[in-house]
Write a protein that binds this ligand. Structure first.
Ligand code: ADE
Ligand code: ZN
Length: 326
């Protein structure tokens, strides 16, 4: 069995496998420009984040009904269990759905139907992270937060995703202030394609508790020292970084340097249907290619629970599972 772990950087829309996309397209009468699974998979070649996002948003069009979102989340949870995931904090992109006429309540009700029984059915505890699309205006993020207000018992945190460069964290200062007032945890993608300055802004302006990706922080030694001193977790996604050409090859990935620097790094899958593997493949393949020791792999698993938004008793229980795993 794979080592127990938490997955903290996972876009539920990025778990849409070609088989399910085609099935939902047929169920909902949506025409996709791909005839079959092979045709779809052939489109999974990306030059950068934007080229991926273009396909990611396009394929989402097959998600229309509450049942579609339940099926999507269920399929992820079944795979996550096989990957040793014990706790998952799952991103979703409401604006990508409301913009095409699917109601916020449909998305949330569909996802919740799968997540609410996840612990009983899969042995996985879950949280939901509502992401703002950073290439859309802040007013839209504030309106999305307003729509979420009746459902805050189902939402753990807010996040910030989509096209990074040109959309700095500071653009969302008011939305994060409001989310904080509402008692939500705060995370943001920063330093994936964007510069170290965006990581600083996420910390200083948005007051985030975790940085998603953050790999470009390594270009700035002072920033690294701060991230280490403040024990800010970084949710790192090795396969994603290679597929989106943020890093040339897995052998060039900075994960080992991040651990050596004392950063609280975790390994995650980002959009596993698109990037060639789920979280345990990310962990084991990257560990093998970079020559990580068993102790370093255990540290990564422990870090995932240290970085999670868990109560102390649950965290301790999961950490004991990691220590007991051989
Ligand atoms: N949305 C889905 N995956 C993403 C990523 N890796 N970066 C930014 N936005 C995303
Ligand atoms: Zn991401």
């Amino acid at each position: 069995m794979p080592i127990p772990k938490a997955e903290l950087h996972l876009h539920i829309e990025g778990t849409l496998e070609p088989e399910l996309a085609l099935r939902l397209a047929e169920r909902n009468g949506v025409t996709l420009p791909y005839a079959d699974v092979a045709g779809l998979r052939a489109a999974y070649r990306f030059d950068d984040l934007q080229s991926f996002l273009d396909l990611y948003y396009r394929l989402m069009d097959v998600l229309r009904t509450e049942q579609d979102f339940t099926d999507l989340a269920d399929a992820y949870l079944a795979r996550a269990r096989e990957q040793g995931v014990r706790h998952a904090e799952i991103f979703f992109d409401p604006q990508a759905h409301t913009a095409r006429g699917v109601a916020f309540d449909t998305v949330l009700a569909g996802l919740s139907a799968a997540l609410d029984s996840s612990e009983e059915r899969y042995g996985i505890t879950t949280g939901l992270i509502l992401c703002f699309l950073r290439d859309r205006p802040e007013e839209e993020a504030l309106a999305t937060l307003e729509e979420a207000k009746p459902h805050l018992d189902r939402i753990t945190a807010v996040g910030l995703d989509s096209a990074e460069v040109g959309n700095p964290p500071s653009k969302f200062a008011r939305a994060y202030e409001r989310a904080s007032e509402l008692g939500l945890h705060l995370v943001a993608h920063a330093g994936e394609e964007g510069p170290p300055e965006y990581v600083r802004e996420a910390l200083d302006v948005l007051h985030v508790e975790r940085i998603d990706h953050g790999i470009r922080s390594l270009e700035d030694p002072e920033l690294v020292a701060r991230l280490v001193a403040e024990r800010i977790p970084l949710t790192v996604c090795p396969f994603s970084n290679v597929r989106l050409r943020c890093v040339d090859t897995l052998a060039d990935h900075p994960l080992r340097r991040m651990l050596d620097a004392g950063l609280l790094a975790t390994v995650n899958s980002d959009d596993p249907a698109y990037f060639g593997g789920y979280v345990d493949e990310n962990l084991t393949d990257t560990a093998a290619v970079l020559g990580l020791t068993d102790d370093q792999v255990r540290t990564l698993a422990r870090n995932s629970f240290e970085a999670a938004f868990l109560d102390d008793a649950t965290r301790a229980r999961y950490l004991a599972e990691v220590d007991a795993h051989r």
